[in-house]
Design a protein around this ligand. Structure first.
Ligand code: MN
Length: 245
């Protein structure tokens, strides 16, 4: 099995180092990731300049671009083969509900999925890189499951509670929950008196009911949500057709 690994926290982040290490024991891995933290970069491609690739001492490839750039160039010219799987992460911080739209971690996996490669995004709840060994062990177990009965390509969004391995509850299939709108922007002044805006944190969970990623992880379960990319609102489409008739 050949696995392409990326992330949005940058190629030096402990999460991607841990992920590459555990997956190297079960597959041939290549790591191609942003050269700096590009969290929140969503599915953006860099189109206004060319991208450079630098091979770091540990063998990882660092790209001066976004997570989506990394997977895109890997699959369209950097690699001379198509990987069997694209994995992204392990992200520092959860990517649940609306987070998935902003997340660079999910975006890297989405790019693999859009190129027809089964892809999995891994995120760990919380900050501080604690219990990373547990999260990496879970990621390895999930990759080993292979999910042969799922329609291919699949795109899975995994959120792992920040707990010791023994305290983690079984994997749970979930749907995305929903957040309240983001906290207000922080409006202040720079040292030269110019107005600046600092985007606030994501809002709290609004729909965290049974069956959601929020609920599963809050109860210690590892959450796995199958994602798709078609944003069409089917019900609105029918209503729009009626409105235009
Ligand atoms: Mn991140």
């Amino acid at each position: 099995m050949k696995i392409l690994i990326s992330n949005d926290d940058g190629y030096l982040a402990p999460g991607i180092v841990a992920l590459a290490e555990v997956l190297a024991s079960i597959a041939e891995v290549v790591v191609i990731a942003p050269d700096s933290n590009r969290s929140g970069s969503s599915n953006s491609l860099t189109l206004d300049r060319p991208l450079s690739v630098y091979r770091a001492a540990n063998g990882f490839f660092a790209v001066n671009g976004t997570p989506t750039d990394c997977v895109h160039i890997a699959l369209t010219g950097l690699l001379d083969y198509t990987p069997d799987l694209v994995v992204s992460g392990i992200n520092q911080g959860q990517n649940m509900g609306d987070d998935t739209l902003y997340s660079g971690t999910v975006a890297a996996a989405t790019e693999g999925y859009l190129f027809g490669v089964p892809s999995i995004a891994f995120s760990q709840v919380g900050y501080g890189w604690t219990n990373l060994d547990a999260a990496a062990r879970v990621a390895r177990e999930i990759v080993l499951r292979r999910f042969d009965t799922l329609q291919k390509p699949y795109l899975l969004n995994v959120n792992i509670p920040n707990l010791a391995y023994e305290d983690l509850k079984p994997l749970k299939a979930t749907r995305l929950g929903k957040r309240h709108q983001s906290e207000p922007v922080v409006k202040t002044e720079d040292p030269r008196g110019r107005e600046i805006f600092w985007i606030g944190p994501a809002g709290g969970a609004k729909d965290a009911g049974l069956g959601t990623d929020f609920d599963a992880t809050a109860n210690g379960h590892v959450s796995i949500t199958p994602l798709q990319v078609d944003l069409t609102h089917r019900q609105q489409l029918a209503m729009l057709e009626s409105a235009l008739a």
